[in-house]
Design a binder for this molecule. Sequence first.
Ligand code: 13P
Length: 270
Amino acid sequence: MKKIFLYGNWKMHNGIKETETFFKDLCEHVCEDVVICDFLSRNFLEICIFPPFTSLFMGARILGYMGKTGLFIGAQNGHYEEKGAFTGEISFPMVQELGCTRVLLGHSERRHIFNESNELINKKLKASLQRRLRPVLCIGETFSERESDLTFQVLENQINAAIKGLDKENIRNIIWAYEPVWAIGTGRTASPENAQEACCFARSVISKVVRDEGKDKTWNSIPILYGGSVKASNVAGLLEQPDIDGALIGGASLSVESMLEIVHAALHRG
Ligand code: 13P
């Protein structure tokens, strides 16, 4: 059975009060649900929520009380330096101090709205791995790049630029998220076949770098998530694809009800 990753990126939504309610409800439901508990405790399921910075402390505190295996909290961003004169920035040690164990990097909104370059993403990736803060590295093409048949080229460039200078051991700790830009927040989910094709391609690029010839197959188990308008009605079809290990969910992760619907749809698929 493959392990499933269901990750919720809240973006700039849910303040402290909403976060408190969400995490309390989530933990309560998860503890009462024998199926979810079973998947979590056997390490076949991982749930991680990425709230805005100001909500991290509240979410982490509630998770800490519950001490539930398989439930995590992560940051949406971070600076590659540990401290210094960087007004408005937050460092990786700071979010770790709050209880974060994951960090989102290279999200298309960071790349396109905030002009984050491949070089900057590479620096952040190196710093997060050095701190043992597990990165979730997002890659994906725009609509015009897909229309121009550039999808594979874009993915290959983004992957190679992100992992430049990293050793195999570190690369194996990255969680990848394929998020086609045209599918984010648009309601236009990629078809399972299109998502599989892109994730399979991404896996082949990553495997070229991390595989030890004839020796191991760890590259085969590198997690690759799909993101872009994921909801309860389409998650099962996506997870049935051999190269899709989970989902990075935006809008549908904002309420406990819809997040749990997705978890149930994912676990009861087929
Ligand atoms: P939506 O699920 O709202 O399309 O957002 C996807 C996303 O950007 C997750 O990182």
